[in-house]
Design a binder for this molecule. Structure first.
Ligand SMILES: Cc1ncc(COP(=O)(O)O)c(C=O)c1O
Length: 392
């Protein structure tokens, strides 16, 4: 049975009608996401826990979570408690939450909603246990082990002892242990060894470590020794190879996201005219210029002054001048474009794919996706048909 999320959505004709009124919107091809999940599953025998943190890397949290659940996913990874609770309230997925909790209310809400909390300090486990006792529930936990990244986590040498103490608290259930790799082959090898040693030592003292998880996209694609029980890719499930070397790793990924906008205004400017702040573009001839109602508020990097590649009338044209908070300008020489026409800022092929867009800006693809404004409407398609609309 498909997730109930879809049955609450407007009909395709209604979604199309609503799009007519959008100045810019993001489209997410759910078939591409399914393809990427199939490709990753073909590449590993580990369980796949999609990383849906930060609004599913800009793709929209609940539609992606519902879609993953439809495709047999059991757990997802988030970095904000608010997102963990949204997932628990709207899906049957386990939500592994990396956000630290601060107040008694937060500990109780996490336990009440059945969030699987990432912990690495005794005190946090004790507070979860106390909340679980009060609510008559069990607190699910993942323990984060620091095997060398030196960001957060219990240091691997102390981990077996600390985890034993964590699981000894009443009403704490250990779902698994996780660590994050440095994505450097020599370091990763050492980290895998340290992580497995923690699990072995726990087992030999009679404590089940649960699921073992190390791999994000990089190790999922390139390092089978790190797959263990549970891989937790993000970027690859959205169809983006983080680095060009990853293309040869096996899975045939398809980018899911594209970003469209309408031309707000078209005019002819004269040779020698400059456009927008600081005059970073001066017209070499009389030329048509389009203004599009998106800017760095929406997630266009300011570094794209004079160089974003935008698809208009089937051809790529450059942005001209600086990127404003809510506007970009577009060179319309040689194309047929008028007010209201749809242009593509991020496409799924060609000169403005996510990877090329990020490269043009000098940003990482991670930064581009994580800066897409959550207020931009998201339209979800299956077989090319719009099936859901997310407006915040
Ligand atoms: C702990 C952890 N695991 C997995 C991921 C997914 O990473 P990627 O998008 O590279 O697959 C992230 C994302 O930053 C993360 O923080």
């Amino acid at each position: 049975m498909p997730h109930s999320y879809w049955s609450k959505q407007p009909k395709p004709t209604e979604i199309r009608r609503r799009i007519e009124g959008f100045g810019s919107w993001i489209e997410v091809d759910l078939d591409a996401v399914s393809n990427n999940l199939v490709e990753i599953r073909r590449h590993t025998s580990a369980e796949v826990m999609p990383c849906v943190k930060n609004n599913a890397y800009g793709h929209g949290l609940l539609p992606l979570a519902a879609h993953f659940e439809d495709n047999g996913v059991k757990r997802v990874l988030v970095a904000k408690t608010r997102e963990a609770i949204q997932i628990r309230e709207n899906t049957g997925l386990r939500a592994v939450n990396m956000d630290p909790l601060w107040t008694a209310e937060q500990y109780e809400a996490a336990v009440a909603k059945g969030v699987t909390q990432v912990v690495y300090m005794i005190e946090a486990a004790e507070r979860l246990s106390r909340a679980a006792l009060k609510l008559g529930k069990t607190a699910e936990v993942f323990v984060k082990v620091d095997t060398g990244l030196r960001r957060v986590g219990v240091w691997h040498e102390e981990a077996p002892d600390i985890i034993k103490r964590i699981v000894a608290f009443p009403r704490i259930h250990l779902d698994g242990i996780m660590s994050t790799l440095m994505q450097n082959s020599e370091q990763d090898r050492r980290q895998i060894g340290r992580f497995k040693a923690v699990a072995d030592e726990m087992r030999s003292s009679g404590v089940d470590p649960g699921l073992l998880s190390l791999a994000s996209t990089d190790a999922t694609l390139n390092n089978p020794a790190a797959h263990l029980d549970l891989v937790r890719p993000g970027m690859s499930l959205y169809g983006v190879y983080p680095e060009s070397k990853d293309v040869a790793s096996g899975p045939k990924l398809r980018q899911a996201l594209s970003w469209k906008a309408r031309i707000e205004y078209v005019k002819i400017i004269s040779r020698g005219d400059s456009v927008t702040y600081w005059g970073k573009f001066v017209a070499p001839e009389n030329m048509p210029v389009g203004t599009v109602h998106v800017g760095f508020y929406d997630g266009v990097p300011r570094e794209m002054a004079n160089k974003a590649r935008i698809l208009v009338d089937g051809q790529y044209r450059s942005s001209i001048g600086s990127i404003s908070l809510n506007h970009i300008l577009l060179d319309l020489r040689g194309v047929d474009a008028k007010q209201g026409d749809v242009v593509e800022l991020i496409g799924r092929t060609g000169e403005n794919t996510l990877s090329r867009f990020a490269e043009t800006a000098g940003w990482m693809t991670y930064s581009v996706l994580n800066h897409l404004n959550s207020h931009t409407p998201r339209v979800y398609t299956r077989d090319g048909e719009p099936v859901a609309l997310l407006e915040e």
